[in-house]
Design a protein. Structure first.
Lengths: 100, 641
């Protein structure tokens, strides 16, 4: 029997993977993918809870999240392209001018 | 007609506003017309008010006009109201009348000054302040006028502020007056605590109802504090030092300060509070003693001064001393009478000296004058009238008022007041005629440069002199002993204690009926003796003064240096306070206050400087902090439950 706990643990693992990926990777595209992973981990827990609680609200939230994620992906990729055109790199260690 | 009283205040204020705001763009003539016109209108309305008051029966001569409620806070209430009674109506006539003449004179005297409109703006404001002071119907409003008079004196004494000595004199006048005003302010608070009101009518009626025993502590303290204020404004010992320095201002200003406004404020205030003063015999003794000592002290300094205005300044202090003696022995009428006649002849003398200085192209040292009577005849004639009046020769104005004070001080006070007063009168006659002889008689000691420019002053300067000379001649007849118009007029204000009729002297017991006439002869003799001595020393044998100065070298030096009072004050008060202030500035202000403020700012700056290295520019690091923060919150949420 697959309980809510399994779903939530999987969601937590996926989310942590995403977080670690964001923190340790250097490539902007990979980081971007990790962020998507985190979003979808949260989506998973939403769906799990929706099923568990017999409520449609969770499903609804997932649709919204996916829509926003799609928009965000478009904007984010555009930014990455723009940065690449300027600096010829997507290595975020080279993108550090926002400081003192 | 009495309802017009507010207009008296309004006109000088309008004049101030016009000259102060747009005076720079007006032509000089217009500025003069505006200023003089304002005071002239005030004077006319003062006359109307005076007539209106005369039409009332003597007992009903008190008119109050409430303008608006000024302060209302808890049980404290103060209205802005004006009061017309015989005393204040007499004062407004003096202030606006003499003030008007001084305004006219100023047109000629200040003609070449570049601060012309500023001068007239201040002059009108001065008149307004003094009128506010004498017309107010409560202590607080009076205090406003009192302070405004102090402010105007500061502005006018320091009128030529480019001169270091003038700005110093202005500061001195202001600071010395503050000391007295401090006492006045305390007195007002005490009056409110004691009487639960600061209205003249309420306070005085409460005081005269007998709720307060004669000599009661609170009334004594109140009157002493009020007197402290009076010593500041009216230049009595120990706060007189500002007045001689005040002649750094333009000469008409000296005339205004010495005659019509400012110095008379203290005498007026004590006369106004006569009910309170009568309740405190101790204060009365203090007032009379301070007045007597001041009269003699200042007169003795006046004997040897060489600056024409300085002699007059010390003479003012001395004459004010007389007025305080009169108030101190309870003869308020005599004090106010002398205030009035003094306003006439002292304004005349100051304006006359201004005319002399004008003719001498700015020279004030009498040793460089002499023989001027042929060159400036009108000034000489009017000056002579003023000198005779102040010396106390009948029938000129000063004789009657001074004689009355001397008589009252003997009848009501004691022999010492009279003796000191008589000696001061002798000095007065001497130094005034010394001034006259040194300036107008004898051989000319004028240097060539000034001699070429010797000229009589223009009409608008000699006309006020002539009018004032006329007043100095006839002013005394208002107070002829036995048929004194002024004492009858002022009787409602001062009650029975204001004036001794000749029969009152009889009632005194051991004084005989012919005492007043004897006193007249004596005081005339004293004056003539003073004049004769001056004549001998400065006309007949001009070498005597030098010999005397050498013979009594120490006394001469002491007098010439004004008893070193300024130096003593400097050493005792001014310098220690200055040093203390410098220390306060350096230690408290710079080190503690500025130091703590700057220190906090520097600390915050350093902290921020250290923290800014957290801002690496790597978004990854920021994300890491966020994650750490989230974990912390999570841990806290889980464990905290």
């Amino acid at each position: 029997m697959i309980t809510i706990t399994h779903y939530l643990v999987l969601s937590a693992i996926l989310f942590t993977l995403g977080v670690v990926g964001v923190l340790v990777r250097r490539n902007a595209i990979i980081i971007f993918m990790c962020i998507e992973l985190m979003l979808n981990a949260v989506n998973l827990s939403f769906v799990a809870f929706a099923h568990y609680l017999n409520s449609m609200q969770g499903q609804l939230f997932v649709f919204f999240t996916m829509t926003v994620a799609a928009a965000e992906a478009a904007v984010g990729l555009a930014i990455i392209v723009a940065v690449f055109r300027n600096k010829e790199t997507v290595n975020i260690d080279d993108i550090n001018i926002m400081k003192w | 007609m009495l309802n017009l009283v507010a207009l008296i205040l309004l006109f000088p204020l309008i004049g101030t506003a016009i000259n102060g705001l747009i005076g720079k763009r007006l032509r000089k003539e217009t500025v003069g017309y505006v200023a003089c016109g304002a005071v002239a209108l005030s004077f006319l309305i003062s006359i109307l008010v005076f007539i209106g008051l005369l039409l009332l029966p003597p007992d009903a001569r008190l008119f109050e006009k409430q303008l608006f409620t000024w302060i209302e806070s808890g049980s404290f209430k103060s209205a802005a109201g004006l009061q017309v009674d015989p005393l204040s109506s007499l004062m407004i006539l003096i202030v606006t009348g003499v003030g008007f003449l001084i305004h006219i004179y100023s047109i000629g005297y200040m003609h070449h000054d570049k601060g012309y409109h500023r001068y007239f703006c201040y002059l009108n404001l001065f008149t307004f302040s003094m009128l506010l002071l004498v017309l107010s119907n409560n202590f607080l409003l009076m205090f406003i006028g009192w302070e405004a008079v102090g402010l105007c004196s500061y502005l006018l004494i320091g009128f030529w502020f480019e001169k270091k000595s003038a700005s110093n004199a202005a500061k001195k006048a202001f600071v010395v007056n503050r000391i007295g005003d401090f006492g006045f302010a305390l007195a007002i608070m005490l009056i409110f605590l004691t009487f639960h009101s600061i209205d003249f009518t309420e306070v005085f009626s409460a005081a005269s109802k007998g709720n307060f025993a004669v000599g009661s502590f609170s009334v004594t303290i109140i009157t002493l504090l009020l007197f402290m204020g009076a010593t500041g404004k009216s230049a009595q010992i120990p706060l007189y030092t500002w007045l001689p320095d005040a002649l750094e201002g333009p000469t008409p200003v000296s005339a205004l300060i010495h005659a019509a406004t400012m110095v008379t404020a203290g005498v007026y205030m004590i006369a106004r509070c006569n009910v309170l003063y009568m309740l405190s015999p101790f204060t009365m003794t203090v007032v009379a003693s301070v007045g007597a000592v001041t009269a003699l002290f200042a007169a003795s300094i006046g004997l040897v001064q060489n600056d024409i205005k300085r002699v007059l300044a010390y003479s003012t202090i001395s004459q004010l001393g007389y007025m305080f003696v009169a108030c101190g022995v309870g003869a308020f009428t005599a004090g106010i009478f002398h205030l009035m006649t003094h306003a006439f002849f002292k304004a005349l003398l100051f304006l006359g000296s201004g005319s002399v200085i004008h003719a001498m192209s700015g020279e004030q040292d009498m040793r460089k004058m002499g023989g001027l009577r042929h060159h400036i005849p009108t000034t000489y004639k009017t000056f002579l009238v003023g000198t005779v009046a102040i010396a106390g020769i009948p029938p000129f104005a000063g004789f009657f008022s001074k004689d009355e004070i001397l008589l009252e001080s003997l009848v009501r006070g004691n022999f010492f007041y009279w003796a000191i007063g008589a000696l001061a009168a002798f000095f007065t006659a001497f130094y005034m005629f010394r001034l006259l002889f040194m300036t107008f008689h004898g051989k000319s000691r004028v240097d060539h440069h000034a001699a070429e420019h010797l000229h009589e002053s223009p009409k608008n300067m000699t006309l006020p002199l002539t009018v004032l000379a006329g007043l100095s001649v006839v002013g005394g007849f208002l107070g002829i002993p036995g048929a004194s118009a002024i004492s009858n007029f002022l009787a409602p204000v001062f009650g029975e204690h204001g004036h001794t009729e000749i029969s009152g002297a009889e009632a005194g017991g051991h004084h005989s009926a012919y005492l007043p006439y004897l006193m007249m002869v004596v005081s005339t003799a004293i004056a003539i003796a003073g004049i004769y001595l001056a004549y001998q020393m400065y006309i007949k044998k001009p070498e005597i003064p030098k010999k005397l100065a050498e013979r009594f070298h120490l006394i001469y030096k002491l007098l010439l240096n004004k008893y070193y009072v300024d130096e003593i004050y400097d050493a005792l008060f001014v310098n220690p306070i200055k040093k203390g202030s410098v220390q306060l500035w350096k230690q408290v202000d710079v080190r503690m206050i500025d130091g703590s403020v700057n220190g906090i700012a520097r600390l915050v700056g350093r902290f921020g400087n250290a923290l800014r290295y957290l801002q690496t520019g790597y978004v990854r690091n920021y994300a890491f902090y966020i994650v750490v923060g989230c974990i912390c919150i999570l841990v806290f949420a889980v464990l905290g439950r």
